[in-house]
Write a protein that binds this ligand. Structure first.
Ligand code: SAH
Length: 292
């Protein structure tokens, strides 16, 4: 499953013996599965609505830590070429790609970033519970219109940003226009709906849509945007991915994610396990990524 789900898959061994696990992915099956789910938090979280609060809190803490890294490195001009996992540098932003320079992920006033996008957003659980507090505007990518219809009725509070453009398509066919430059691209519980190759291509496109992409490290203090991925991890004893034919998704191993990020030209600048979920669910991990 692409959402929190039980850590047991009787078919895992069967799936593993197949040459290409994710060749079984069918976007038509995904859409038909998700269209049959209720357009509420229970539907989004596969029957575990109580996990939403813990999940959002974990994500909020993670974003705060990543912002802190950005702040520390942007106030440290000597720290410009680190590739260490938890101490990435803030890259300068003289854009050579025509994209807008990045908004620093955190400034002295802890103000909002400019533009985020919620990928595979469903009804906007993460958008309304987290991203609209972090960003002035949040775009949405979600193939099921029944879910995005809910976003049209979203009531926001004065301290929240606004929902921007809504793209009703799967991530495999989402190609951000050249005018878009995102400070944060949030991808949660939906990357398993893409085959490996599609995931790599999507991550490459996402990287190109980041604010400050392809910049020279000439201007201190401005960070590039971030891609953040939060997904279930496979617990297969042999470290294999697990296919779930209920929602036509693949649950990948930590090793596989790292491989896909590498293929997409991304480096991990911070990663963290989500704590506080029941032990019988798949472990969940967060990765903050940037182009190398
Ligand atoms: N990320 C949201 C929703 C998770 S449920 C949250 O955490 O609350 C998984 C979502 O992925 C569903 O909304 C489903 O419609 C969407 N989805 C299904 N196939 C997809 C695809 N190919 N690309 C992007 N999203 C997809």
């Amino acid at each position: 499953m692409a959402t929190p789900s039980e850590n047991s898959s009787p078919d895992a061994d069967l799936g593993n013996s197949l040459p290409s696990l994710d060749s079984q992915i069918s976007h038509a099956d995904q859409i038909s599965y998700w269209s049959s789910q209720s357009a509420d938090v229970n539907g989004m979280l596969g029957g575990y609505p109580q996990l939403s609060r813990i999940d959002l809190q974990g994500s909020k803490n993670f974003i705060a830590k990543v912002r802190r890294i950005s702040r520390v490195s942007s106030s440290s001009p000597t720290n410009t070429s680190s590739s260490k996992q938890d101490t990435t540098s803030a890259h300068g932003s003289r854009s050579t790609s025509g994209r807008a320079p990045a908004t620093p992920i955190r400034d002295a006033n802890n103000s909002k970033i400019r533009l985020a996008v919620d990928c595979g957003a469903g009804i906007g659980r993460i958008t309304s519970g987290l991203l609209l507090y972090v960003a002035e505007t949040v775009d949405i990518v979600e193939p099921v219109t029944k879910f995005t219809d809910v976003l049209g009725q979203l009531q926001t509070s004065p301290d929240q940003g606004r929902v921007g453009e809504i793209f009703n398509c799967g991530l495999e066919s989402w190609s951000p226009s050249a005018e878009k430059s995102y400070d944060l691209i949030w991808i949660q519980w939906c990357l398993g709906h893409l085959a490996d190759k599609q995931a790599v291509e999507f991550l490459k496109r996402a990287a190109r849509a980041l604010a400050g992409y392809d910049v020279q490290n000439e201007v201190e203090g401005e960070a590039q945007g971030w891609i953040m991925v939060k997904e279930n991890l496979s617990t297969d004893a042999w470290g294999e991915d697990i296919f779930d034919d209920v929602d036509s998704s693949v649950t990948r191993s930590d090793q596989k994610f790292k491989h896909l990020f590498e293929e997409a030209g991304l480096k991990i600048v911070k990663m963290e396990a989500q704590s506080g979920f029941p032990k019988d669910l798949y472990p969940v991990k967060m990765y903050a990524l940037r182009p190398k």
